[in-house]
Design a protein around this ligand. Sequence first.
Ligand SMILES: N[C@@H](CCC(=O)N[C@@H](CS)C(=O)NCC(=O)O)C(=O)O
Length: 222
Amino acid sequence: MVKLLIYGLEASPPTRSCLLTLKALELPFELVHVNLLNGEHLTPEFLEKNPQHTVPMLEDDEGCIWDSHAIMTYLVGKYGKDDALYPLDHHQRAIVDQRLHFDSGLMFTGALRPITRGILMLGETVIEQSRIEAVAEIYDLVELFLGDNDFVAGNELTLADFSFVSSISCLWIYLPIDAAKYPRISAWVQRMKELPYYEEANGIGATQLETILKSKNFTIAA
Ligand SMILES: N[C@@H](CCC(=O)N[C@@H](CS)C(=O)NCC(=O)O)C(=O)O
C-alpha cells in the first residue's frame, strides 16, 4: 500500500473531513501536523507543494492534492473498496456533489471561515449579528436537505456527511443547534457521533478548536 500523508491539524474542519474519510475507508495514513498559527503553511517547502497554502493537503505517490472535497473524492475513487461514500450513479453523485459544493462555497467559506478567521487571525472579539444570521440560514437549508432521510445526501452515509459534520461541529460554537427548531439536524448529529471513528476523526479536533475559540472570549453583537 502506498504511503498516504495528510498535512493539516485536527482543529481544522476540512482536515477532519479527510480524517473521517480515511478512517471510513480503513486506509493507513500519517497526519503531518502543520501549525497555521506559527505560519508553517507559509514555508517555502510547503508553498512548493501547495502554493495556495491551505490545509488539508494529501500527498501520495502521484503528487499533492489540496481542498478537502477534492481529496475526499480522490480517496474514494482511487483507494476505496467500493463507491458507497461517493456513488457512481450519476444522479446520486450529483446530489453528493451539490452538498460538497454547498460546504465549500457557503457553509465553510461563506459562514464558518469569516467568523473563525476573524477571531483567530484578526483578533476580533465581537461577532456581527449578520454573521450569526448566515449560520442560521445554513442550518435552515441543512434541515431541508435532510428531509426524512438519515443522512444529508439520502439514506446512506456519504462524503457529504463528513464535510457537513466537520463544519457544523464548529458552527454550533457560534450558534448552538436548537433541537426544537432543527430536530433533523440534531438527530443526524447523534447518528454521526455513533460512527465508531467519529470521536477520533472529528470529535477530538472539534473540541480542541472550541477550547481555542472560547479562550478568546468572543461575544455576539446584540
Ligand atoms: N476549501 C478548502 C478550505 C481550506 C482552508 O481554508 N483551510 C484553512 C484551515 S481550516 C487554511 O488552510 N487556512 C490557511 C490559509 O488559507 O492560508 C478545503 O476544503 O480544504
